[in-house]
Ligand binder design. Structure first.
Ligand SMILES: N[C@@H](CCC(=O)N[C@@H](CS)C(=O)NCC(=O)O)C(=O)O
Length: 241
């Protein structure tokens, strides 16, 4: 049995991490039985979620989880795609994970109004006297990570300017297709769908949300894939973009 370590639902989403949602969609796509466990963060092999325990084998990182499933279970997430299509799919996936992600992270953690409604809730179970200290410490670490990546060195306006083309590229490429690469789901949908669901999360006021909400095909894609992979969350926030 596979155990997927998650944060659990927050903000009307199946998970506050798009990478955790991705890992869960991959398990669903491959039709593998799994259970989720929200108690694994402190033991995370790389200090991040998601990771899985597959019969004693620990795999930490959503892409390594994908490659593990492909290798161990012989499931090809990109079956039916040509080599150039596989390349395009990979590039879209990494654009979301290594570019768009950082602007979204900044909008949630560094903008007080969003932070107070969102990530601050992660610390509700910390002992009250220590809570402000823990919050400040973790927030400082997120700021350092944003700086290290480079996205955090830009102004908000510059960040928005940098990632708006990511959204437009996804919307233009998706066009009226049901899934990013065509008529059937493929590996890239396991990433792009969670990122669109996060971008559209109605709790947070962000330029990314405005930009994504303007593209009706992205909203429809989010709604369609949420209904398919996380039906319990399909209604939440659907009407507000
Ligand atoms: N490359 C990793 C990224 C995972 C990741 O960044 N997870 C974040 C949540 S979105 C995390 O657990 N961060 C905790 C931390 O940095 O302390 C993957 O694909 O799994």
């Amino acid at each position: 049995m596979i155990t997927l370590y998650t944060y659990g639902p927050y903000f009307g989403l199946p998970d506050p991490s798009p990478f955790v949602m991705k890992a869960e969609v991959l398990l669903k796509m491959a039709d593998l039985p799994y259970e989720t466990d929200t108690g694994g963060f402190n033991k995370a092999p790389k200090g991040k979620l998601p990771y899985i325990n597959d019969d004693g084998e620990m795999v930490a990182d959503s892409t390594l989880i994908r490659q593990h499933i492909e290798k161990k279970y012989g499931f090809d997430f990109d079956a039916g795609l040509s080599p150039p299509e596989r390349g395009i799919a990979w590039a879209f996936e990494k654009m979301c994970e290594d570019h768009l992600y950082w602007a979204g992270l900044h909008a949630r953690w560094m903008v007080d109004e969003n932070f107070n409604k969102g990530p601050r809730r992660f610390f509700d179970s910390a002992p009250a006297p220590l809570r402000p200290l823990v919050v400040a410490m973790v927030r400082r670490q997120v700021r350092r990570n944003l700086w290290g990546h480079g996205m955090g060195r830009h102004t908000m306006a510059e960040m928005d300017q940098l990632v708006a083309p990511d959204i437009e590229a996804i919307a233009d490429f998706l066009a009226e297709k049901p899934y990013l690469m065509g008529e059937a789901p493929s590996g890239v949908d396991a990433t792009v769908f969670p990122f669109m669901a996060h971008a559209l999360c109605p709790l947070f006021e962000t330029a990314i949300r405005t930009c994504t909400g303007r593209r009706s095909n992205l909203v429809a894609y989010r709604n369609r894939l949420m209904a398919q992979y996380f039906p319990d969350f399909a209604g939440a926030g659907k009407e507000i973009v």
